[in-house]
Design a protein around this ligand. Structure first.
Ligand SMILES: *Cc1c(COP(=O)(O)O)cnc(C)c1O
Length: 462
C-alpha cells in the first residue's frame, strides 16, 4: 500500500475531519445529558484499547469512530456546567475554534523563525497580561504548559539571580559548593512548589516553613527575618480555601531585604482582573515573579500557563539555550523564556480568549465564578452543610458535620453522574471541595448541585 498516497487522499477529501467534527459537535450538544464522571460500564469499555500494535495501517475512519464510541463516554464532562473537580476550568468556544485552525498550522512555537505568528501573539499576550494584572513594565512572559512549569521557571530565575548576587554563576559553577539560598514558604504552599524546588536542587529540609492561619495564609508575625539570599513563596488562591496571602505587607519586607518573591497564582491571579475582587491581589505587583494558568480561570484549552518575571535577565539566563543551529531573531524568541525548546503555540488560543472576552468580559466571567460560589455557599448553609472556608473567590469547602458522613457523601456525589467534585483534607479532616471555574456554570447548575448534595447526604446516612 502506498501510505503517502493514502494520507494525501485523507487530506484532500477531508472526510475524516468531517467525521471528527460531527462527533465533536454531537459531544458538545449532549454535554448536559452525559454523566459528569463516566459510569463503571464506560470505564470497563476502555479495555477495547488494549490491543497489540497493528502490523498494517488502520483505516482513519475506524480510528476516529473507536475514539468516539469508547473514548467520548470515558471523558469527564469538564466542558459542562457541573464539573467542579480540582481547579480544572472549562473551555471557551472561541479558544477551541482558534485551536482547531491553529492545529492545521502545527506551529513550533519555540522561535520567531519557526512561527512568526506565535511569537507575535506571545508579545501581544505579554502586554495584555501585564495590563490585566497591573504588573511592572519590565516584566517578561514565558508561555509554558502549566503552573507547575511556570513555578519551576520562576524558581530557576530566582536561583540564578540570588546566586549571581553572591558572585556565583550557577550556569557555570552549578550547585555543588554554591552559596546558600534561604527558601521561605508557608505550610500551605502548593505541592507543585516542593516538586519544582526538588527539580531545581532543593529539598524539603532546605525550606524554612512558616505557619499558616486557618484559611491557609502565611501568618505575618511568623515570617523569619529576611535577607538578600531569600526566596519567598506566596500564594494567590489556596488550592483548598482560595485564600490570598497578605502581599503588600510581605512584599514590602522582602523588597527592603532585597529578597525574591514568587507568587503562585495558578487560578487566583485572575482575581486582579475583576473590579470587585481585585482587593484580594493588592500588592502582588511588588513581587519578582508570578505563575498563572490559562487553562484554569481563563478557560483556554489545555495546556496553557505563563511565567511572568520582572527580572528578564535572570529568567532568560536561567533558561538559556544555546546550540549552533539555533538562530535567534531580533524579535523575542519564545523559547528564551521557557524550559522547552520546541513547544505548542499556546499563545494563539490565549490571545483569542482575551480578545474575545475583553477586559469587561474577563471581569464578568471571573466575578461570575465568585457569585456562583457564594450562591452555592448560601444554598448549602441553609441546608445545614458546614462551609469550612471563607468563600473569598471560587473555592468552597464543605463538610457534613462528621468525617464518615462527609466521605460517604462525597463518594455518592462522585457516583451520581449529576455533578463531580474532588475531596481534600483540611486541618486533618476530610472535606468536599468545589471549584467553580467554568464559564458554562449557570445559576441553575448551582441549584441542581445543591439538590445533588442533599440527595447524596441522605443516601449516605441511610
Ligand atoms: C493547579 C495549581 C498548580 C499547578 O498547575 P498546573 O497547571 O496543574 O501545572 C499550582 N498551584 C496552584 C495553587 C494550583 O491550583
Amino acid at each position: 500500500m502506498d501510505l503517502q498516497k493514502k494520507m494525501f487522499k485523507e487530506l484532500k477529501e477531508k472526510k475524516i475531519f468531517d467525521l471528527a467534527r460531527n462527533y465533536a459537535f454531537s459531544y458538545a450538544d449532549n454535554i448536559d445529558k452525559m454523566d459528569v464522571f463516566p459510569s463503571d460500564e464506560n470505564l470497563k469499555n476502555l479495555e477495547i484499547f488494549e490491543e497489540a500494535i497493528p502490523d498494517d495501517s488502520a483505516s482513519a475512519k475506524s480510528i476516529i469512530s473507536q475514539l468516539n464510541k469508547f473514548g467520548s463516554p470515558a471523558t469527564t464532562a469538564q466542558t459542562g456546567g457541573r464539573y467542579f473537580g480540582f481547579v480544572n476550568g472549562g473551555v471557551l468556544p472561541i479558544s477551541v475554534a482558534t485551536k482547531w485552525l491553529a492545529d492545521f498550522w502545527d506551529q513550533n512555537g519555540g522561535m520567531f523563525l519557526t512561527s512568526p505568528i506565535n511569537a507575535k501573539l506571545e508579545m501581544i499576550c505579554e502586554q495584555w497580561l501585564k495590563e490585566l494584572f497591573n504588573l511592572p513594565k519590565e516584566t517578561v512572559a514565558g508561555f509554558v504548559s502549566g503552573t507547575s512549569t511556570a513555578n519551576f521557571s520562576g524558581i530557576v530565575a530566582a536561583r540564578y539571580r540570588l546566586l549571581k548576587n553572591q558572585g556565583w554563576d550557577v550556569n557555570i559553577k552549578g550547585l555543588n559548593g554554591a552559596p546558600k539560598i534561604r527558601i521561605i514558604a508557608h505550610q500551605q504552599a502548593h505541592s507543585s512548589i516542593t516538586k519544582a524546588l526538588a527539580l531545581a536542587g532543593f529539598g524539603k529540609e532546605n525550606v524554612e516553613w512558616v505557619e499558616s492561619d486557618d484559611q491557609g495564609r502565611m501568618i505575618l508575625d511568623k515570617l523569619p527575618k529576611l535577607d538578600s539570599t531569600c526566596l519567598v513563596f506566596l500564594q494567590a488562591g489556596n488550592v483548598n480555601t482560595g485564600s490570598y496571602d497578605h502581599f503588600s505587607e510581605i512584599c514590602k519586607k522582602t523588597i527592603n531585604a532585597g529578597a525574591w518573591v514568587h507568587i503562585d497564582g495558578a487560578f487566583g491571579l485572575w482575581a486582579s482582573a475583576s473590579k470587585s475582587l481585585s482587593h484580594l491581589t493588592e500588592g502582588m505587583e511588588l513581587a519578582s515573579s508570578w505563575a498563572t494558568d490559562g487553562h484554569k480561570t481563563l478557560n483556554t484549552p489545555y495546556d496553557s500557563a505563563v511565567i511572568l518575571c520582572k527580572d528578564s535577565e535572570a529568567l532568560i539566563s536561567a533558561l538559556q539555550a544555546t546550540g549552533e543551529y539555533i538562530t535567534y531573531s531580533k524579535q523575542k524568541d519564545p523559547m528564551l523564556c521557557t524550559p522547552e525548546m520546541s513547544k505548542r503555540s499556546r499563545a494563539i488560543e490565549m490571545w483569542a480568549a482575551i480578545k474575545y472576552l475583553g477586559k469587561k468580559g474577563i471581569d464578568e466571567m471571573v466575578t461570575g465564578f465568585h457569585l456562583r460560589a457564594k450562591q452555592l455557599e448560601n444554598g448549602l448553609r441553609s441546608n445545614s452543610f458546614t462551609i469550612i472556608n471563607e468563600v473569598v473567590f471560587n473555592q468552597v469547602l464543605v463538610s457534613c458535620g462528621n468525617p464518615e458522613l462527609t466521605k460517604s457523601t462525597l463518594l455518592n456525589l462522585q457516583r451520581s453522574g449529576e455533578i463531580w467534585c474532588s475531596g481534600s483534607t483540611w486541618k486533618g479532616e476530610p472535606v468536599i471541595r468545589i471549584s467553580i471555574c467554568s464559564w458554562a456554570t449557570t445559576k441553575e447548575d448551582i441549584d441542581r448541585t445543591i439538590v445533588a448534595f442533599k440527595k447524596a447526604r441522605i443516601t449516605a446516612s441511610a
